[in-house]
Ligand binder design. Sequence first.
Ligand SMILES: [Zn+2]
Length: 354
Amino acid sequence: MDQIETARKAHSSIRKYQQGLGFDLNSSPIILNKPRHQILHPIGSKSEYQSPICLKTLSSERLQRIKENGLIPENYNYETIEREVPGRLWEEWGDHDLLMEELEIGWMPRSKWSRIPLFQHHADLEGRSPTCINALEVAKNRGYYVPEEYLSQNNYISYSEFLAYRAAHDLILNHSLDLGYDILLADWKEKLMFFTGQFIIPDPLNQNKTPYIIDQLWVIRTSKTQVRLIGLEIDGEHHFQSEENILRDRERDLRLAAIGYEMYHVAGWWCRIDPIRVIHEFLQSAGIFPDAVNKLKGSHLQSIDEYKCGICHQPIVRHDDYWLQQLEYRDSIVIAHQSCGENYWNEDHYDQLD
Ligand SMILES: [Zn+2]
């Protein structure tokens, strides 16, 4: 599907979902909710990893479930399990307990590649990203309580969440070359310790409840000895259909804050229009990348209906960095499709050659 056709579909989906909602999607803010405070966590420095906290701190019910799943060999000893822990966050699916262990040891990613889990590196190639159903399977194998019926449900992530995931992934790995050096070389990337989709967090008050799966987790170093754990949720239109949904989200944020997660919420509908802008608004709002939005082309656009090509007047979306161009056209600065911009530039260029 080409860029203009994709844009038409995305814009018409906004009009479709608008029906019956009590607020205007078109002019809604991108950041829907953010925490009031930052929460800092210490990074440990255990050079010798001595206490096998990974097993000792588990509840007996969870330990029992892990044994039932056959993850602990019959003749296990703490020694073997201890040694396998450092770096597991990168090699395997992330969960809260694993992250806490890694922080205690003081694990640091060695390169930009090890900031994103290994199995997520090719998420951009085939349109895949980590799915909720995989996360729940992993959670179950690690002894978290997951009812069987959850595993058979169609739990694929939404299109909005996929686009937001890919925008973040490509930005971190510098795949988005068209965004320019101000963005590619920004120094917040040095502070990013870890990024993942579909991160597993158990309910802090009830180990016999299905764990939460958050859409994105960003671990940001604030100093040599401290990090912030920042969760990003992509809220679809359905989140706002009932008061009950809104209250459930708020309660979840409070529970997650109690164990140290700062939860941000962004508008899923904006992710279908400009996921790259959404990620930059989030980075700016969370204080990770100050002034991020101003560095983007089209940062002056205030509402979804302003995403229109100044040359052909058709709708625009920015699912990839080069899909939205900004240029001078008939004495004003406009945004344009990649193809419209290229055609105009070529004509203009040939005029000059004549
Ligand atoms: Zn155009």
